[in-house]
Design a protein around this ligand. Structure first.
Ligand code: GLU
Length: 292
């Protein structure tokens, strides 16, 4: 009998500010999902989008996770240390003619779907350009453990997405696929805001011959105006001065129904309870969760 595959999950925040409630919600969900299966839980800083990185965020993220006893396995990974790996894979894709240069301005790209304008143009390497990947026309289907079957039709040139931005920055869609593969991540728990990115990432996995991890897209927390909590909506850092209160509150928001007696428990006890009672199915078919 082969050994049961070890589950490898991860939390991959971008260091664009301190962790807010929405990001901690995802962090705890992915922690509980991995730990409840005796899996590994990795921490990666998605720090490629340098203009959006904020000084001090990395330290603040690490301290917050630490103060909540959300301890990760191994060394913290940083995408910024992987640039030569991305470059090599981009070069392979260029050689195999999967990529093309695109010099479209923001204005030209304003509409929802890309027109395919640059697909057959011969743009000089000296012109500032992004790199797009040809997707062809293909249906991508996957079964999200929480959100059910998802099907997306990649619609030829309209779906050709950017793998390297015009400002030279490696695009999230590309980097995330390479890193999850190299870190052997086989289960991804993240917010539903990334559900529409997943078909693109699966397309890349298929093209590069990587296995597709299992996905669990948890609801995103929205404020009373219906906006996702994010740095853009100025979601504030979570006050972690009473860590057990934070974990208890998150378990409630994760619909795990912790018994009220646990309110007096320590963080360690709360996490142990969360791990042994973890029931992700309580989050099925919910893409957002409003907090008042
Ligand atoms: N770094 C991304 C973010 O903070 C998440 C990446 C992922 O989970 O795939 O939104």
């Amino acid at each position: 009998m082969p050994d049961k595959q070890t589950i490898i999950g991860r939390f991959a925040p971008s260091p664009t500010g301190p962790l807010h409630l929405g990001s901690l919600y995802t962090a705890l969900a992915s922690f509980l999902q991995a730990r409840s299966q005796q899996g590994r839980w990795l921490l990666r800083l998605d720090d490629l989008d340098t203009p959006r990185n904020r000084p001090g965020s990395v330290t603040s993220i690490l301290n917050t996770l630490d103060s909540l006893s959300l301890h990760w396995d191994g060394e913290v990974a940083y995408q910024s240390q992987q640039l030569s790996v991305y470059r090599d894979i981009l070069n392979q894709l260029i050689q195999n003619q999967y990529l093309y240069r695109c010099d479209c301005s923001r204005k030209l790209l304003a509409s929802d779907s890309y027109s395919g304008r640059c697909r057959n143009r011969d743009i000089s390497p000296d012109t500032p350009h992004a790199l797009r990947i040809k997707t062809g026309i293909r249906e991508i289907a996957f079964d999200d453990y929480l959100q059910g079957p998802i099907n997306e039709q990649l619609n030829g040139p309209h779906s050709d997405f950017i793998v390297k931005r015009k400002d030279g920055i490696i695009a999230y869609q590309f980097a995330v696929v390479i890193d999850d593969y190299l870190q052997q991540v086989n289960e991804i728990v993240r917010g539903c805001d990334l559900l529409t990115s997943t078909p693109k990432q699966i397309y890349l996995q298929q093209l590069l011959g990587y296995p597709t991890p299992r996905y669990l897209h948890v609801p995103v927390i929205i404020d009373h105006d219906g906006y996702k909590l994010s740095k853009q909506t100025l979601a504030t850092a979570v006050d972690t001065s009473i860590p057990s209160a934070v974990i208890f509150g998150l378990l409630v928001l994760l619909k795990q129904q912790p018994p009220l007696e646990l309110k007096a428990a320590s963080v360690g006890e709360l996490l142990a309870w969360g791990i042994s009672h973890w029931n992700p199915a309580a989050l099925r078919n919910q893409q957002s969760l409003a907090i008042v």
